[in-house]
Design a protein around this ligand. Structure first.
Ligand SMILES: Cc1cc2nc3c(=O)[nH]c(=O)nc-3n(C[C@H](O)[C@H](O)[C@H](O)COP(=O)(O)OP(=O)(O)OC[C@H]3O[C@@H](n4cnc5c(N)ncnc54)[C@H](O)[C@@H]3O)c2cc1C
Length: 293
């Protein structure tokens, strides 16, 4: 199918893009990698009257770490994370995630910020962003605001980006010493969306207890969701088999997936627990804590 008719703009500056978005309001959509928006338009699931293509805004294609924050600009492609030595060496959870999004062709074009803005219930970046307590910088005529990821992911395909606004960058806190993380995903075949997925990031204190923790699951409800019960099960305690089992149980209880061709509700709920447990085990192993299986 062909998309419904639309007007197309390709601004050369961010100010111009914001001005167009302000002018057209709810009729306009940002076009980033187009990996989700173009298929949706072709199936006429999305019918924006105006597209504001941001692909000429090369200044937004950055990936930079400053003052304890990794900032990923709105035009940074998934593939940029895969080939970044900084991400590979210092952000294991992001590196894991970047490697399992779709396939290499999609990753050359799709953007991290675009994926967060699309907010597919089975998308991967929302899960990892929750585990890392990321923040998204949103800009519009009214100014710039920084939105915690927990408030950004509002509902399926709905985020805190308002009419006339666009997301400029996503910010991930740089991991503190003794921090690691891992991403786990099961998919029917390489390149598919998740049947179930989970992210964990852990910081150990000097005494070996869990000082900070982030755990989230995906394909388990309308949006990616933080497993607060699993975080509580581990925070302040020494890593243990019992604590990991409690975290997995909390994920199973929280998961609220839909049955589809990828699996039944029961299977997906169980997988949410299994994958949280695997993500935690991998994160602890990366920190040199073994013997937890
Ligand atoms: C075959 C295939 C397999 C895929 N598999 C996976 C997978 O396994 N896991 C996964 O997570 N994703 C998967 N995807 C989705 C892919 O990662 C998309 O690239 C991503 O979801 C959207 O990024 P994009 O840059 O292409 O955004 P676009 O398609 O350009 O935009 C998506 C939506 O976000 C909005 N948007 C984009 N950027 C901004 C911005 N800066 N500010 C405000 N709004 C914005 C757009 O207006 C649109 O509504 C798959 C896609 C395909 C085609």
């Amino acid at each position: 199918m062909f998309p419904a008719p639309f007007d197309y703009h390709r601004p050369d500056t961010l100010d111009e893009a914001l001005s167009l978005l302000g002018q057209y309001g709810g009729d306009a959509r940002v076009l980033a990698g187009g990996q989700s928006l173009i298929p949706a338009m072709r199936f006429r699931l999305a019918r924006p009257a105006v597209l504001v293509d941001i692909n000429a805004l090369g200044d937004l294609a950055y990936l930079r770490e400053t003052d304890g924050v990794l900032a990923i600009g709105a035009l940074a492609r998934d593939a940029a994370l895969e080939s970044s030595s900084l991400i590979e060496s210092s952000y294991p959870l992001l590196f894991d995630t970047g490697a399992v999004i779709a396939d290499p062709v999609v990753r050359q074009t799709g953007t991290v910020v675009g994926s967060l803005c699309h907010n597919d219930p089975s998308g991967d970046w929302g899960v990892t962003a929750l585990a890392c307590r990321a923040q998204i910088v949103v800009r519009g005529k009214g100014g710039t605001r920084t939105v915690p990821i927990d408030d950004f992911l509002v509902d399926s395909f709905t985020t805190a980006v308002g009419q006339g606004e666009m997301a400029i960058e996503v910010r991930f806190p740089s991991p503190k010493p003794r921090t690691s993380g891992a991403y786990q995903k099961i998919e029917r075949k390489v390149g598919d969306f998740a049947t179930s997925c989970a992210a964990a990031q852990v910081t150990l204190g000097d005494d070996g207890t869990v000082a900070e923790i982030g755990i989230a699951i995906g394909a388990a409800g309308p949006t990616a969701v933080r497993v607060a019960g699993a975080e509580s099960a581990l925070r302040g305690s020494k890593p243990s088999k019992d604590a990991i089992r409690a975290a997995a149980d909390a994920a199973r209880a929280l998961a609220d997936p839909v049955a589809d061709t990828r699996g039944s509700v029961e299977f997906k709920k169980d997988m949410a627990g299994v994958l949280v447990s695997r993500a935690l085990l991998a994160a602890f192993e990366r920190l040199g804590v073994g013997g937890l299986k």
